[in-house]
Design a protein around this ligand. Structure first.
Ligand code: SF4
Ligand code: SF4
Length: 160
């Protein structure tokens, strides 16, 4: 996605109707903990064409995708969706982003899972795996080669 398509996404989402009421920010769990992250201000900056500052600051990567901002907005805006657009543009522009995202994408492409099954901790502080809990092994794509190839074709189409 280019900066022009971000502007188009903003236009479609009617961001100019944001009245800066701040309900998104007061509901946002990240705003309370991460200095510089504020969905109300993010909407305002995008509307002013200052999204480049947001992407360079890296603050967009701290959103937890809880969707409270989208739920609470009286104007039916979604700071969350705009943050996702900013992330897509940041990746397209090869701006710095958390390494974990690359690792997650790599894991999905190569194994079909964002992460491998892990041990869980019980209330008695025991560590248990799926087998010890009577669960079958986590499923993987039946034809991993075909799955990976299809996924890579989809990713190529997305970039085209
Ligand atoms: S809740 Fe909606 S209208 Fe209010 S500041 Fe956030 S985005 Fe703007
Ligand atoms: S989706 Fe992101 S921006 Fe919206 S409330 Fe949750 S953490 Fe905050």
């Amino acid at each position: 996605m280019t900066n022009n398509s971000l502007r188009e996404a903003v236009r479609k989402m009617n961001a100019e109707v944001c009245d800066q009421c701040g309900k998104c920010s007061s509901a946002c769990p990240v705003t309370a903990r991460v200095e510089g992250f504020n969905p109300r201000q993010i909407i305002a900056k995008i509307a002013l064409g200052k999204e480049g500052d947001l992407m360079k600051s890296g603050v967009i990567w701290t959103c937890t995708s809880c969707l409270k901002c989208k739920e609470r907005c009286p104007e039916k805006l979604s700071p969350y969706d705009l943050i996702l657009d900013l992330r897509r543009i940041a990746i397209d522009l090869q701006l710095p982003h958390p390494e974990g995202y690359d690792e997650s994408v790599k894991a999905v492409v190569e194994t079909g899972a964002i992460q491998q099954p892990q041990l869980i901790r019980t209330r008695n502080k025991e560590r248990k795996d799926r087998k010890s809990m009577g669960l079958p092994p986590a499923e993987k794509p039946k034809d991993l080669a075909a799955y990976t190839q299809t996924l890579q074709e989809i990713l190529k189409e997305e970039k085209a």
